[in-house]
Design a protein around this ligand. Structure first.
Ligand SMILES: C[S@@+](CC[C@H](N)C(=O)[O-])C[C@H]1O[C@@H](n2cnc3c(N)ncnc32)[C@H](O)[C@@H]1O
Length: 267
């Protein structure tokens, strides 16, 4: 392929083809307001506009339980596939530092990992390079349109032998039982509509001692320019995940905006 390859291996041709697919869909419908609208604005240097546009007066971690809330937190709406080109935005590497994030996981060749809520595969393809051809990356998502884009991306990158695209549901992870060394959810957990079923399913899929890693924008930091319901405090994540029988291992502080919260399935 003659396409120029970007620093972390996603080809510019790939990004262009994704943008064309998305533009076609956007012509017959309208684009939803981005959950990350503030980030796009901050990228333009509009610091004053970084204030959350919704629920500015309400702490989404202190809400009473009712449908749509979970353990005192508002469950975020699912990010639509119509906004998928945002997942490949140029500023993302600088904002989220995906290679540094993966360094924190201490993966090795041959590991079996799952990228749950993989979107178009931004993290999956990077994980695939770390686990190599002797490893596996299950890349799951609840939106068939995301899975279609993910498939075309991994085909273009010739990673079909390592990455396994899997359409899942909010109550069924569709992962094999007891086979996975590490499950990662990048900017996903706060969107799960059925967190108990999801966490129980993920626990079942992990090997004993296997790890569950949540990458979540820090709700403790008002300077992280993301809407409140798409952020999470460490305390809230621990409360929810430990209640489902996981052990907290550590919170790695190396990323500029996100927690790397690591849990373990008991041996
Ligand atoms: C903000 S996007 C992040 C995509 C990808 N992890 C990335 O970082 O590029 C959130 C993704 O999670 C998916 N998602 C939401 N709830 C899910 C669930 N219960 N199980 C699996 N995927 C889910 C959405 O469809 C969407 O693709």
């Amino acid at each position: 392929m003659s396409a120029k390859t970007t620093r972390f291996g996603i080809t510019q041709q790939l990004i262009k083809s994704l943008k064309i697919q998305l533009l076609a869909v956007a012509l017959v419908t309208f684009l939803p307001s981005s959950i990350f609208a503030q980030v796009a604005k901050s990228a333009e240097g509009k610091k004053a506009e970084q204030k959350p546009v919704e629920s500015a007066e309400v702490d989404p971690h202190q809400l009473p339980d009712k449908p749509g809330n979970f353990m005192g937190r508002a469950i975020a709406p699912v990010m639509s596939y119509l906004g998928a080109d945002w997942l490949l935005r140029e500023t993302r590497e600088q904002e989220e530092q995906p290679e540094q994030m993966i360094d924190a996981l201490n993966l090795k060749a041959g590991d079996v990992v799952a990228d749950v809520g993989a979107g178009v595969g931004y993290t999956s393809v990077r994980l695939a390079k770390r686990v190599g051809t002797t490893g596996k990356v299950y890349a799951t998502d609840i939106q068939p349109q995301m899975i279609r884009m993910l498939k075309s991306n991994i085909r273009a990158m010739k990673l079909e032998k390592v990455v396994i695209p899997t359409l899942c549901t909010a109550t069924d992870t569709k992962l094999p039982d007891g086979e996975i060394d590490l499950i990662i959810m990048v900017d996903v957990y706060h969107e799960c509509s059925n967190p108990i079923e999801t966490l129980q399913g993920l626990k079942k899929a992990l090997k004993p001692g296997g790890r569950l890693v949540l990458i979540e924008f820090r709700a403790e930091d008002p300077d992280v320019p993301i809407r409140p319901e798409h952020k999470m405090t460490l305390a809230q994540a621990r409360k929810e995940v430990e209640a489902q029988g996981f052990k907290f291992q550590k919170n790695d502080p190396r990323l500029p905006w996100q927690h790397i919260i690591i849990f373990q399935k008991p041996e």
